[in-house]
Design a protein around this ligand. Structure first.
Ligand SMILES: Nc1ncnc2c1ncn2[C@@H]1O[C@H](COP(=O)(O)OP(=O)(O)OP(=O)(O)O)[C@@H](O)[C@H]1O
Ligand SMILES: [Mg+2]
Length: 344
């Protein structure tokens, strides 16, 4: 987000002081393609961590139909959910916000009662996306389900700097790759809606291709010759798309290298610039904290993975928020210890 450090600092402190709408809002959607890679646990801990760092955060469970983020926060049965908004029981998405054990961390639970909610109708989806964009917070973290449904992709594309969670195993990397390919393709299709010349170019390309497949590399070769102007506009539009990668469940020394391999692949075949923002080790304590519905970083503040999480938060903080109230892991850890009692 292109804000200066000073602007953002003012926005954070003012919104905390007066509860007014934040001027600069950052949205991080968390996805990954494959099931079980750690999207929800990481969303929960990013939300908790950023709240502990002083930001006003809203965590949204957008794994529609099968939500479980509340379990990672110690919330037994959410009283209000996205369903209440979708069936118009309440007028605004902000009406279904519920508190969490941390004051400046709020939560919106996914619903389970609406049949077919996982395949949200277009108009409802657009309304939900609009309302997410209007929420009053410094940071909104959107936890997404597995797979590449249009819903999931569109929620991921709420932000151009979303977070993809993968694991060091071929299936996870393959699914993450196809997830990104679909997200980029959906952005490309959106661009065709806003740019008539590009739409014609794109349709001509698809027709000439004939077999219904789409290869970004070939498209990038075709575009400059076909129309240099459209090529330039399209590059400007796609340059904004800079998703992040987190490698979770690392079990062996050297598995972090797979992250670099993945970034190279995505760059080479799709021309997408991704940033690797950190890795988390496989750790049974993560499962222990899930079983206890206790956010991991608060339950085990001094663990190596809490330090890894701090480094991820620090990177997100310095790139998107530019606000550094807590500069060291030591200070972060001592804040986490203060919050532990909230879950006891
Ligand atoms: N680093 C880790 N070490 C050990 N266990 C982990 C780690 N990360 C996640 N897990 C465990 O993996 C399981 C899946 O985690 P999580 O629910 O966050 O995945 P998900 O990607 O959100 O899954 P889904 O696709 O079903 O939404 C949980 O039991 C969680 O405790
Ligand atoms: Mg999940």
């Amino acid at each position: 987000m292109a804000v200066s450090g000073t602007q953002k600092t003012e926005s954070v402190s003012r919104s905390h002081r007066e509860g007014i709408e934040s001027l600069n809002k950052t949205i991080w959607s968390v996805a990954g393609g494959k099931g079980g890679t750690g999207k929800t646990i990481i969303s929960a801990n990013i939300g908790v961590g950023m709240a502990v760092l002083g930001y006003k955060v809203i965590l949204i469970d957008a794994d529609l139909g099968v939500p479980n983020l509340h379990n990672y926060l110690g919330i037994k049965r959410p009283q209000m959910t996205i369903d209440d908004f979708l069936v118009k029981k309440v007028a605004s998405l902000s009406d279904v916000i519920i508190p969490t054990p941390i004051d400046n961390l709020k939560f919106i639970s996914g619903g389970t009662n609406l049949v077919g909610i996982a395949n949200l109708q277009y108009a409802k989806k657009q309304k939900l996306l609009r309302h997410i964009n209007r929420l009053n917070a410094d940071i909104i973290v959107v936890d997404l389900g597995a797979g590449i449904s249009h819903n999931t992709i569109d929620f991921f594309n709420l932000s151009s700097r979303g977070i993809v969670i993968t694991n060091p195993e071929p299936n996870a990397n393959q699914d993450a790759y196809f997830f990104l390919k679909n997200a980029a393709y959906r952005r490309l299709k959106n661009f065709t809606k806003a740019n008539k010349e590009f739409k014609n170019t794109f349709e001509a390309y698809i027709d000439s291709n004939g077999n219904g497949t789409f290869d970004f590399q070939k498209f990038y070769e075709f575009l400059p010759d076909y129309s240099p102007v459209v090529h330039r506009d399209f590059n400007d539009y796609m340059n904004d798309f800079k998703p992040r990668l987190i490698m979770n469940k690392i079990r062996k020394f050297g598995q972090k290298k797979e992250a670099q391999w993945f970034l190279n692949l995505v760059q080479k075949f799709m021309n997408i610039d991704m940033d690797y923002i950190g890795g988390l080790k496989f750790d049974n304590k993560i499962m222990d904290s899930s079983e206890k519905s206790f956010p991991y970083i608060c339950r085990f503040p001094g663990s190596p993975n809490s330090k890894n999480m701090f480094e991820i938060l620090d990177t997100l903080n310095s790139v998107d928020m530019k606000h550094h109230e807590v500069r060291s892991f030591k200070e972060f850890r001592s804040r986490l210890k203060d919050y532990r009692k909230n879950w006891k």
